[in-house]
Design a protein around this ligand. Structure first.
Ligand SMILES: Cc1ncc(COP(=O)(O)O)c(C=O)c1O
Length: 390
């Protein structure tokens, strides 16, 4: 069989470089990893118990493809109370993690050849899903504006790409990989340019509960008719492996997204859906205990990085710091990250897959002990190359 006869959109998408790097360094039994975006907490006990109860109650049949009514009712209330979302249960689809929500939304909103704006640095999955759907990703560098997309950058992207109709934009708020959180003013400023140019907003708010000293605002507040929200329980309830997400969108469009979702996955696992009802009805405070710990770790890391003279955009959410590799190192992100793994058994994510080959992403969803090891490794490496004095 000739592989090249397969769908070129799939052939041209590369497997996740992040997963590959993580897999590679995991071969070292001593490796301390601050790589993947994975909470280091367990699923709260009451949610686990609800899953066990669901199994024992034989809730093993096909749920309705949008997700069970109880879960969509619970999501409607929970996210209204948390962030002011205004969506009824029939405007919510339960998906297999946020990732499947992104895939179903891209598939539904855009046609092959449509342009989609991706503010960089960005979570690499957006570009991959755009590629699989034969879209044209237009990467907009936001490093000069504090990793926040501005209306001027959107206008410039439109002006410099007359050959493509820009139909969508992805806003990740709080951001992976920078931890940047948009202010109310920054979001409001973007609304006219999105509205006037009929640009669909895919608002990825999966880290919405993890902010430090600032409030999370949803773009749906201003432009609900053009906004699709992606959210889920992976980060807020440490349920990454359980695979449950939500898409919120206006009536009419959400019905079409539900179909794109149905014919890919049918619906998430029944037991997970019932357990997620428990998460949303009795787990309103679950994220708070984790958030406090992430905040302490973030404060520790930023203090230590400051002592090392390393540059980063101040993180105010999620659990990442995107830090510049000092020029004295003369190394790109993969070389530097390999070096740290080989010499000090510490794994940090290379920045290149996120769009900056001179940066590293540190995930502080990891123990204090691991964070100390990472700081120690950075200190040794920067001393070795002469970037800091001994
Ligand atoms: C910004 C962002 N969106 C979506 C996801 C995927 O979430 P899920 O595991 O629920 O598919 C991640 C995971 O790291 C993420 O960082």
């Amino acid at each position: 069989m000739d592989i090249n006869e397969l769908n070129p959109d799939v052939l041209s998408v590369k497997p996740s470089a992040l997963r590959a790097f993580d897999h590679e360094i995991s071969a070292d039994p001593e490796i301390v990893k601050l790589t993947l975006g994975e909470p280091d907490f367990n699923v709260p006990e009451h949610i686990k118990q609800a899953a066990i109860d669901s199994i024992n109650a034989d809730q093993s049949h096909y749920p309705y493809y949008w997700g069970i009514q109880e879960l969509r009712d619970a999501a409607s209330t929970y996210y209204r109370e948390k962030f002011g979302y205004q969506y009824s249960a029939d405007q919510i689809v339960c998906t297999v993690g946020a990732t499947e929500g992104l895939a179903a939304s891209f598939k539904t909103l855009f046609q092959p050849g449509d342009g989609i704006l991706i503010p960089m640095p960005a979570y690499p999955v957006y570009k991959a899903i755009a590629g699989i759907n034969h879209l044209v990703p237009i990467m907009v560098d936001t490093t000069d504006t504090g990793c926040v997309l501005t209306p001027e950058q959107v206008k410039e992207a439109i002006a410099t790409h007359p050959e493509v109709t820009i139909k969508g934009v992805v806003i990740t708020d709080p951001s992976n990989p920078t931890g940047v959180v948009y202010s109310e003013e920054q979001l409001a400023a973007l609304v006219p340019v999105f509205r006037d140019n009929h640009i669909w907003i895919i608002s990825d708010e999966i880290y919405g509960e993890l902010t430090y000293g600032v409030k999370h605002y949803s773009l749906s507040k201003w432009l609900p008719e053009q906004t699709i929200i992606i959210n889920g329980l992976s980060k807020s309830h440490a349920m990454t492996g359980w695979r449950i997400g939500f898409v919120f969108g206006p009536t009419g469009v959400i019905d079409q997204i539900a179909k794109a979702h149905q014919f890919q996955v049918t619906t998430p696992t029944s037991i997970v859906q019932y357990a997620s009802v428990e998460a949303l009805t009795h787990g309103q405070n679950d994220a708070e205990a984790m958030r406090k710990i992430y905040q302490q770790r973030c404060e520790y890391l930023t203090q230590e990085l400051d002592k090392l003279g390393m540059k980063y955009v101040k993180p105010r959410g999620a659990f990442y710091i995107f830090v510049k590799i000092p020029e004295e190192c003369h190394q790109d992100s993969f070389t530097f990250a390999h070096q740290l793994a080989k010499n000090y058994h510490v794994g940090l994510m290379p920045g290149a897959p996120f769009g900056d080959p001179q940066a590293l992403r540190i995930s502080y969803a990891s123990s204090n002990e691991n964070l100390h090891a990472a700081v120690d490794a950075l200190k040794k490496e920067l001393t070795r190359v002469g970037a800091i004095a001994e």
